[in-house]
Write a protein that binds this ligand. Sequence first.
Ligand SMILES: Cc1ncc(C[n+]2csc(CCOP(=O)(O)OP(=O)(O)O)c2C)c(N)n1
Length: 318
Amino acid sequence: MTLEAFDSLIHKSSPERLQQCLPTDSQIRELYAQSYRSRMATLDMTYRAEMGHIGSDFSCLDILTVLYFCVIKVNPKDPTWPERDRLILSKGHAAGALYVTLAEKGFFPKTWLNSYQQFDSRLQGHPDRQKLPGVEHNTGSLGHGLSVAAGIAAGLQFSNRGRSRVPRVFALLGDGELQEGSNWEAAMLAAQLQLDNLVAIIDRNGLQQGDSTENTVALGDLSAKWDSFGWRVAQCDGHDMKQLLTVLNTESESSKRPTVVIAKTVKGRGVSFMENNPVWHHKVPSAEEKARAREELGTVLAAIEGNEATWLTFVKRS
Ligand SMILES: Cc1ncc(C[n+]2csc(CCOP(=O)(O)OP(=O)(O)O)c2C)c(N)n1
């Protein structure tokens, strides 16, 4: 489904939903500011830990920011609230991006970020639900998140039958991760079970570890593939907050189909020398690279938080 088609769906939606889907310009601006602040924090954490997957983190930070600050219903003070929406970071190696977002949302103190990847830390290289509030499932071994998300979505449909709202379940996947066959088993089952509370988001940056997805095991026309599996397909720019909000806030009303959002992204987004370079899958920046990256991110953040003219420069460039 195109963005236009999603737009028209939104306009048929209820007033509450409509209001939720149309944020003000200043809210959009705050989302961008938040995502660049999160990039800064991720950079510092990765540098300090001398470990991480910074290119993967930067690829999905805009998506996570929109999800946690505008889409999913969660309560950081009550992380296991039964009616919450769930997010499973299937591409668990992007844990740094998730940790920063959860800390910013208030699930745990930001000081905990200082222990990223240290021995016995709550913030391991891959998320651990028993160690960190807000983490829904342990991930890291690629290819499992969607199956788990489908199971949770089915369980929530069952336990919430007859209620006005069934919690939604989001699974954020890498595109290289789709080479794992288990994803396609989950895709078939989710369509069969009519899991319209399930949303898969594909971080479609075209790269995986060491090379492009198309040079490794080509994914081809992902939209056609998901459509043929019986899913509602939406595509968007994964760094455009308005587009992300439009596709992610549109609940699948009575379509009886799960939704997949194919978000076109850039690995390493936000730092020129990291963008689209497979080396930055898990390279750690040197002191000099960290300083350059900080300067670039700082310049963008200043433009977003500056006056109308600097904001418009950012909008035009991105
Ligand atoms: C089952 C499994 N095989 C291999 C790996 C090693 N690995 C970690 S990240 C990665 C590449 C993932 O690429 P993609 O899903 O496209 O994620 P992104 O490019 O967004 O980082 C691989 C192969 C793993 N974590 N799990």
